[in-house]
Design a protein. Structure first.
Length: 418
């Protein structure tokens, strides 16, 4: 579908989901400078500031002209959400070609270490700061700290399930089984400290990510993403015929190299598809693991229909976050394969298109999609689209219908790079 010219004209709209945002924009360095500021605030736990700079980077990505003094006065200073401080930085960039603060941050030891630590799958900003405060600076420091030399080879589905715990804000460990149990009341969970939870990946996953760092941090070319997809779907047909899928994430937005591969899967049978998909995630992950295609399982989640932990970031879909290794190519046996991060997301047929939209990104696009929906009395997440006042569930039959229900103009996935 071609992107409608209308969306291209809406560069001054408030929400990222109303605007066309190309992968690379005409003011890319300016957007990147604000992305650095956003990242720095995020790493320091200043989430409101991080979001504000992320929005600035987003709106700059949609602005279709190179920013100059003239159009700064005409357009840019009137863009929604840009405060005085931010505008001063844009002017500084017009004047000097850089933003002093971004340049300083980029070269600071603290920023470099915190970014490096948080680039390891499973290490978030809080953990990164904790490690930095312990005096750790480099990857070698991390490897010593997590004792990566110890056996990190096996993390099977079963082992992982036993290890899964949720850390409550006061540091209490609660088994995921309790946290996700549909039988425990919200009150029980609150008593156990589950509400306001943060998921923490088991240290084992961090070890795996560290051990495979040299491979996992290499971007995955598009043809390899497609090859992984083909292999995965061929295996899936063997245990559940007729499943369909979409490669989502950065690949779908046109990135030439992805950090991971995200695939949304369903069975299209409207009558029995939901039953066929239920529990499939775990079964399929076990199959891939037994074949050596999935070498590690970093996280498995949501095996309960009523996931009481539905927060803004975690939908209730079944998903497996794994490490994947393509088999050696018989036509090219010398070529060594690289471990890749693979996320499999399973949706019932009625949730398929919201899952596709919800996992295509970008992150800001998704966040604004939720806000946009909320403003209209709707609730959007990857597992469904509902009306707030009576919880009426919509059943979109295509991606276009998701946009229609939300009252949004169509935006091609390659223009969702806010
Ligand atoms: P990359 O880094 O090349 O993989 O780039 P992306 O954009 O593919 O980033 P990724 O894979 O972290 O996330 C893909 C999209 O899926 C992104 O828009 C956010 C969304 N997403 C990631 N994790 C979750 C989750 O746990 N729940 C939901 N609902 N969405 C998620
Ligand atoms: Mg991705």
């Amino acid at each position: 579908k071609p992107t409608t010219p209308k969306v291209y004209d809406q560069w001054s709209a408030k929400y990222a989901c109303q605007r066309a945002s190309p992968l690379v924009c005409v003011n890319q360095e300016l957007a990147a400078a604000f992305a650095v500021l956003s990242k720095a605030r995020e790493l320091e736990g200043m989430f409101a500031n991080a979001l504000s700079y992320e929005r600035t980077a987003g709106i700059i990505k949609s602005y279709p002209h190179p920013i100059t003094k003239t159009n700064f006065r005409k357009d840019v200073q009137n863009l929604p959400g840009l405060g005085q401080k931010t505008l001063a930085k844009v002017e500084e960039w017009i004047e000097n070609g850089y933003i002093q603060e971004s340049t300083e941050i980029t070269s600071s030891e603290r920023f470099q270490s915190l970014s490096l630590f948080s680039s390891i799958y499973g290490i978030g900003p809080v953990n990164a700061r904790k490690l930095y405060d312990l005096g750790l600076r480099s990857i070698e420091d991390l490897e010593r700290y997590y004792d990566v030399s110890a056996d990190t080879s096996a993390s099977t589905v079963e082992e992982l399930e036993e290890e899964m715990v949720i850390y409550t804000p006061n540091g209490k460990r609660v088994p995921t089984a309790l946290a996700e149990s549909p039988r425990k009341s919200t009150k029980d969970k609150a008593r156990a400290g589950v509400l306001g939870n943060t998921y923490k990946l088991p240290d084992m996953s961090i070890k795996v990510a560290l051990m495979l760092r040299g491979e996992l941090d290499q971007p995955i070319p598009r043809d390899e993403v497609e090859e992984m997809h083909r292999v995965v779907m061929k295996e899936l047909q063997e245990i559940q015929k007729g499943c369909i899928s979409t490669i989502v994430g950065g690949y779908r937005r046109g990135k030439s190299g992805s950090n991971d591969v995200d695939i949304v899967i369903t069975h299209p049978d409207l009558k029995s598809g939901a039953d066929m998909v239920k529990g499939l995630c775990k079964r399929f992950t076990q199959k891939l693991h037994s074949k050596g295609l999935v070498t590690h399982v970093m996280h498995l989640s949501s095996f309960h229909a009523h996931n009481a932990l539905r927060t803004s970031n975690w939908d209730s879909l079944e998903k497996a976050l794994t490490v994947f290794l393509l088999p050696v190519d018989p036509k090219n046996p010398k070529r060594k394969r690289t471990h890749r991060r693979l996320d499999l997301i399973f949706a019932a047929p009625e949730a398929y298109w919201t899952a596709v939209v919800g996992w295509s990104g970008s992150k800001l696009f998704e966040r604004d999609l939720r806000s946009w929906a909320k403003d209209r009395g709707l609730k959007f997440d990857s597992s469904g689209l509902t009306r707030r006042h009576d919880s009426k569930l919509f059943l979109p039959r295509s991606e276009q219908e998701v946009f229609d229900i939300l009252g949004l103009d169509w935006i091609d996935p390659t223009m969702r790079n806010a």
